[in-house]
Ligand binder design. Sequence first.
Ligand SMILES: [Zn+2]
Length: 492
Amino acid sequence: MKRIARLFGWLTLLIAVPAIAATPDVAALSPPALSALTRAFPKGGELHLHLSGAVYGESFIKWAAEDGRCIDTDALSIEQPPCAGKLKPAAEAQADLDLYHAMLDSFSVRHPGFRDRSGHDQFFSTFSRFSFGRSRRGDGLAEVMDRAAAQNTFYLELMAFGGPQTLGPLVNAAPGDVNDFPALKASLSAAGLEKLTADMVAETDAMEARARTVMACGTPAARPGCQVTVRYLAFASRNAPAKITFAQIQLGVAMTRADPRFVGVQVLTPEDDPVAVANYALVARMFDFLSDHGRSAPLALHAGELTLAVATPEALRDHVAQAFRVSGARRIGHGTDIAHEDGAEALAREMAAAKVLVEVNLSSNAAILQVKGADHPYGWLRARDVPVSLSTDDPGVSRTDLSTEYALAVRYGADYAALKASARNALAFSFLAGDGLWADPGAYRTPAASCRGQIGRAEPAGACAALIAASDKAREQWRHEALLARFEADLP
Ligand SMILES: [Zn+2]
């Protein structure tokens, strides 16, 4: 009887766990209380993050000063030495506070109307003024990893490489017509395109080694950022000549085979660029062909980052639909204009059924497109069960961080369950290798069979331990669930 009572006690405890899980009323919190909560909240990971746009202007100026680079005092940009005429040594910019603050304005959208530029033009033009310098990429990576860890977040899927500088000459020397995909692919392979993967692997190795040095990883002084797992998306530029875009996609797909750190392929540069608009359908078909509709390499594609202020009604009709239906994208970056697409309700239903996730970037959309508040489709997508995950896009340019985006999401109508779904989605819909910890990604009611009754514990046992040992994805999800359980246990 005693044993039965004890068994019954255990059963009620097990059954009671979900019922007592804390669900704070985040909408009722004051802004400071909400900031404190979203900063401590384990946000799982970030799926939409550009490495160069993630670095804050203060760091670019500091590195430019240390590296003897110059500031163009007219354009407010970082330039190569020698520093003469309007080019001042960057070290002087740090001492000249007027210039220093003007540089920070120049590298971000913090000063609306700066130099009479629209938010869109200011945002996209910043990238030409804060040249990174390949030698400082590892410093940038360290900054981004440390910042994630400081926000209780331990997975990043970064857009970092579009191919080495030798790509252009190789492509231009290879014969081929962009309307004959099989022949062009064979021609680029014959010219040695896939061999360039070795350069990208070496570049990634050097960047990561530098980041580990900066963070003192493997020493007693190791910074928290050392605990962050990073994977990469190779990218193609949609405003490049079509043959270059094709070669970048082909190389990106090859990278996912050559290096397990590269887990998928993206497409970058402003979607409203005239070349990008003219080539949109062609590039969508390139992705379909070169990735076997996302089967041989997962695709996450920027699509629908448009409004009528920057593009025609025709461009707003089907960019998300093409990325999903034609290319085979598993994730959509932004999707801001989705409700303006042809058959938007049917498209959302299809995406929900196919579990295609939208990477939502609230601050970026507000700054570039002026789409904010009730105009933003964040709530519309959730109401239609389209999976979403919050991300920062270019937090250095937007002067934001992931915690701030989670707090902003609450002002856009998210409750605690929505924040938790966003955080879990950042791992379940990542392109990490291996089986997941959940049988129902997006809903999170049913753990994988081998882990039932274990999620949230400190250590996995039995078959669950075997799953986690064999799967990058399950390992990151396990770590996240343990953090979530501890966070919720500590809630008042
Ligand atoms: Zn982006």
